[in-house]
Design a binder for this molecule. Structure first.
Ligand SMILES: [Zn+2]
Ligand SMILES: [Zn+2]
Length: 381
């Protein structure tokens, strides 16, 4: 074989190996920060706890019970009377328990910029999804709907890797990113099946870029919205312009009431940088195509405050003012009462609607392509 041919042969082998073994993603999930001590235990009694220092030094321990990890004055940590330099990683074959929750993969501990400890779970994305799904969806829903959720949660995760780069991890474990509290002892078998059967599947747009797979609980039976009508400072996405949806009309969130006192709302607005003493009236000044409140005007003793309605949800609390599908606002004595329907921002996929579509026999692919038009499902690994 000539040298050039040999090189070509080598390249072919290298490429096909990469292709064959192009694997999953490892994600870094922030579990805790700004703490000075925490306790860990092993998921299996008698197992070995491995502590790997950044220089590669390995210490093996066989803790009999829960052990405390405590930050010392010299920026080292103490574990069972020995000190260790930061950063380091914990590992145990069957998982590590923190606050009674089981975490697979590795636990990284490092000193953050505030001089306190940050705990990060480093694990394979597929295992991470086992732990995410139970918090984002009712695990009793049909298998096809769990697959919908697995694909959009996987897409969201990969599209947002590095969101918390400055904090030293990819995603946090709260609602800000995706709720993750480790994996329960008995992984829900339907959840595991939905994740496994959609292994590596993600949603991509026309240009093959990962889609922003936003979703919400229920659009209220009025249809989903154009992202530009709801959020400020976002890009225009071809697949987030809104679709018809009355499939969620039987959701338990079709009607709600939110009561907030004058004093409370004044306080909340003050905390958000607005200047006022009293609210005189609240008026919806523009609507989206589905008659959600797009912009809202709050008339106060010190002038009018105009904002996107979704901003008011943020101020009052996303779980209090459940959506911007506000049908009526009443002033009653010291209370302001909002009457509305649906739950969530109304962008992207409507979970209750999607659930209904899977019950009607639609596949997870059809459902995803319905709520994110022009996108398709792609196998990434
Ligand atoms: Zn976050
Ligand atoms: Zn809907």
């Amino acid at each position: 074989m000539s040298l050039a041919k040999k090189f070509l042969f080598f390249l072919t082998i290298a490429f096909s190996t990469t292709f064959l073994f192009s694997n999953s993603y490892t994600v870094k999930i922030g579990l805790k920060e700004n703490i000075k001590k925490f306790k860990i235990s092993l998921n299996q009694s008698g197992a070995t706890l491995i502590i790997k220092s950044s220089s590669g030094k390995v210490t093996k321990l066989k803790p009999k019970s829960e052990i405390e990890v405590r930050l010392m004055k010299d920026d080292k940590v103490q574990i069972l009377e020995k000190t260790y330099s930061l950063p380091f990683k914990f590992f145990s074959k069957k998982g590590i328990k923190i606050d009674n929750k089981i975490f697979p993969g590795e636990i990284e501990v490092f000193l953050n910029k505030n001089g306190t400890l940050t705990i990060v779970n480093i694990l394979d994305i597929e295992k991470y999804l086992y732990g995410v799904l139970p918090y984002e969806i009712d695990t009793g829903w049909p298998e096809e709907m769990l697959k919908v959720q697995a694909v959009i949660a996987r897409t969201y995760t990969i599209a947002n890797l590095g969101r918390h780069k400055e904090d030293g991890y990819d995603l946090c474990s709260s609602v800000h990113c995706q709720v993750y509290k480790g994996i329960s002892k008995n992984i829900h078998k339907e959840v595991k099946k939905a994740v496994d059967e959609t292994l590596g599947l993600v949603v991509v747009d026309k240009n093959d870029n990962l889609a922003q797979t936003y979703y919400h609980a229920a659009c209220g039976g009025v249809g989903t919205e154009n992202v530009l009508d709801i959020w400020s400072g976002v890009r225009d996405f071809e697949y987030l312009k809104g679709v018809e949806c009355n499939y969620c009309k039987n959701s338990p969130y079709s009607k709600w009431r939110c009561v907030v006192s004058q004093d409370k709302l004044v306080k909340l607005l003050l905390n958000n940088g607005y200047d006022l003493k009293k609210i005189v009236d609240i008026e919806i000044i523009s609507f989206t195509k589905n008659e959600r409140a797009k912009e809202i005007k709050i008339k106060t003793d010190k002038g009018d405050i105009t904002m996107k309605s979704e901003e008011l949800r943020k101020i009052i609390g996303y779980n209090n003012l459940r959506s911007t599908k506000i049908n009526e606002i009443k002033f009653l004595e010291n209370n302001i009462i909002f009457y509305g329907g649906g739950w969530g921002h109304g962008i992207g996929l409507c979970q209750w609607g999607a659930n209904e579509l899977t019950k009607q026999g639609k596949s997870f692919k059809e459902v995803i392509e319905y709520y994110y038009p022009t996108t398709r499902i792609k196998k990434l690994y």
